[in-house]
Design a protein around this ligand. Structure first.
Ligand code: NAP
Length: 335
């Protein structure tokens, strides 16, 4: 790693793929999720993204087993501002049977995940989650609770979980930033940041983003290139979720176009030249400021994901992938 990359990952100490824990909770059994976290570590993942709301309140506690085993070789992001409700946590403790039904019906699982992705998403979301706010006091309380759940005295990244501009007054925002800076100075958090769906916010939202030393946002090949960051590190999510189904749909609808792109990109069914690998690799190129969050429920996909980004790809791969994306957009596929 050169010195520029060292600087990029100074807080996370991580390669350019990190493991997003939320997706693991599509697995029904806690022991399957534990095995998945272990397998992610064995495949080379060293940074894990988690939040109090993930796994309906179970994610931080479940990740703590890995942290206990692997100590300071693992770095962690957790968030504040949304938690599982009392009802959500109760459901979280007995979620196995529900997850088993959903695991057998992947499309229903995806629909339900969308519907219950946060307190603002639907009735289910409002029942399962609760907004805890972004005040200084909310941050302090949440950090205490997260450290306890994770079994740690410090955390590398502590970020505001999808704040909406109207959810914070200017005074509250400034108070929270001072508090986070204090925690950073004390070493209890390595850094703080903000998770937003779109970093191109304007007005009060932009002001928070501009002050945050770390940003987490959605980025994939069908979105405009992310803004150039001058002073923030960045983690992005949605690399595969945002692009892979759309390209697969395009290929399914037009087998001749598929064959042309298989030849153009020299795509293989698996390995570092598979479509998923090419997409992951290109998405990491779009973010020179930190890791791409990746998730899977399938342990056998972890090592190939790491190999995909280490692969020495042809120099014109980016240009070809841009052409493919333009082709998919032109045909209006999967939009
Ligand atoms: N801050 C926020 O608001 C926010 C929002 C969303 C996500 N996140 C974080 O980001 C993490 C990543 O989420 P994401 O949506 O960005 O996930 P992603 O990595 O873009 O996509 C995951 C999906 O891709 C599939 N997949 C993985 N490898 C594959 C392969 N080789 N071939 C085909 N399909 C493959 C997985 O299915 P299988 O399980 O079948 O492999 C899963 O459905 C989350 O877990 C969470 O930690 C944060």
């Amino acid at each position: 790693m050169d010195s520029a990359s060292d600087e990029r990952f100074s807080v996370l100490g991580s390669p350019s793929l990190a493991f997003g824990s939320a997706g693991a909770f599509r697995l029904p059994e806690a022991r399957q999720r534990r095995r998945l976290f272990d397998a992610a570590y064995d495949a080379g993942f060293r940074h894990f993204d988690v939040a109090p709301m993930y796994g309906m309140g179970q994610a931080e506690g479940e990740l703590s087993a890995l942290l206990k085993k692997r100590g300071s070789t693992v770095t962690v992001t957790t968030k504040f501002g949304i938690d599982a409700s009392v009802f959500g946590r109760a459901v979280g403790k007995v979620q196995g049977p529900i997850r088993r039904v959903l695991a057998a019906k992947p499309s229903m699982n995806t629909d339900l995940q969308k519907a219950a992705s946060g307190p603002a998403s639907s009735i289910a979301g409002r029942l399962l989650y609760r907004p805890t706010g972004f005040s200084q006091e909310a941050a302090r309380k949440s950090l205490r609770r997260s450290l306890q759940a994770l079994g740690r005295g410090t955390i590398e990244l502590f970020i505001l979980h999808d704040p909406l501009p109207h959810e914070m007054t200017i005074a509250e925002r400034d108070g929270t930033i001072s508090y986070l800076e204090e925690e950073r100075a004390s070493g209890r958090i390595g850094n703080w940041g903000v998770a937003v769906h779109d970093p191109r916010l304007t007005g009060d939202g932009a002001s928070l983003i501009n002050q945050a030393p770390f940003l987490q946002f959605r980025d994939h090949l069908f979105l405009p290139p992310p803004p150039t960051m001058t002073s923030s590190q960045v983690a992005t999510y949605g690399a595969l979720a945002g692009a892979l189904p759309r390209i697969e749909q395009f290929f399914a609808a037009d087998p001749r176009a598929r064959q042309r792109w298989v030849d153009e990109l020299d795509l293989t069914e698996s390995g570092p030249r598979s479509l998923a690998s090419v997409i992951l690799r290109e998405t990491t190129r779009r973010n020179p400021f930190g890791p791409v969050l990746f998730t899977t429920t399938k342990p056998h996909r972890l090592q190939p994901a790491m190999e995909a980004i280490a692969f020495n790809a042809p120099l014109d791969e980016s240009a070809r992938i841009s052409q493919l994306v333009a082709d998919v957009i032109d045909r209006g596929a999967g939009a």
